[in-house]
Design a protein around this ligand. Structure first.
Ligand code: PEP
Length: 247
């Protein structure tokens, strides 16, 4: 295996941020980090403005969800085609908050990821176990199955990113142990390689869940952790840039 994986730090602003918050993006873009790939995913109404503001910096802009269809009668939804059209380059699909709040299941998430790929977007496919599932002792088998059911047909190292996010670690300040993260990422890597060969070796697996400037370096040093998906700590430029610099 010869593929080297460049680290990626992606910020998920969720339903946070107003136009005034663009000052944070401007600060991130002024710093223009080049040590790793960086994507910032604002709420939909700010997407086009963020793309304009990111300009020629190395920071790319992504969305937080997309519909499976190209267009049509889907009030309130946004297509991958539109996300691409406004200049974004990536889209998160299957975040646990989408799975919980909107009842999204892996089959739908796979179709969303396939819509992303069909429109030339990078799909960031989120997976992760609940605390009860971790306590039951079968988190790795469950999350591996979730990944296999959620990944798009045609997934490659260039078009797909996996984000492992234990649901119980999102926004809680709790993180798994280094051993738990290492073991999960190794299991996911084994499955990716078994299914996709060299592409499976190259697909980046991000860790997400309460990553902060203070714990990022330790988490990013774990084998098969290829960066992070960052929620709360992506809203402030100083915090986010601190995490980026750890990658
Ligand atoms: C997330 O929402 O993807 C996330 C990881 O959130 P936080 O970093 O706030 O835990």
């Amino acid at each position: 295996m010869t593929t080297t994986r460049r680290k990626l730090v992606a910020g998920n602003w969720k339903m946070n941020g107003l136009t005034a918050s663009m000052a944070e993006l401007v600060e991130m873009c002024d710093a223009n980090p080049t040590n790793c790939d960086v994507i910032v995913c604002p709420p939909f109404p700010l997407l086009g403005r963020f793309v304009g503001s990111a300009g020629n910096s190395h920071i790319e802009i992504g969305a937080q969800d997309c519909h499976t269809a190209e267009s049509g009668a889907h009030t309130g939804d946004v297509s991958a085609a539109l996300i691409k059209d406004v200049g974004a380059t990536a889209v998160i699909v299957g975040h646990s908050e989408r799975r919980t709040d909107h009842g999204e299941q892996s089959g739908l998430i796979k179709a969303k990821a396939e819509a992303a790929l069909a429109n030339g977007l990078t799909a960031i496919v989120c997976i992760g176990e609940t605390e009860a599932e971790r306590d039951a002792g079968n988190a790795e088998a469950l999350v591996t199955a979730q990944m296999r059911a959620s990944l798009p047909a045609g997934a490659t190292a260039a078009n797909t990113v996996v984000a492992y996010e234990p649901v119980w670690a999102i926004g809680t300040g709790r993180t798994p142990t280094t051993e738990q993260i290492a073991s999960m990422h190794a299991a996911l890597r084994t499955a990716l390689k078994a299914d996709l060969g060299e592409e499976g070796h190259g697909i980046r697996i991000l860790y997400g869940g309460s990553v902060k400037p203070g714990n990022a370096a330790e988490i990013f040093a774990i084998p098969d952790v290829d960066g992070g998906l960052i929620g709360g700590a992506s809203l402030k430029a100083t915090d986010f840039l601190g995490i980026v610099s750890a990658a």
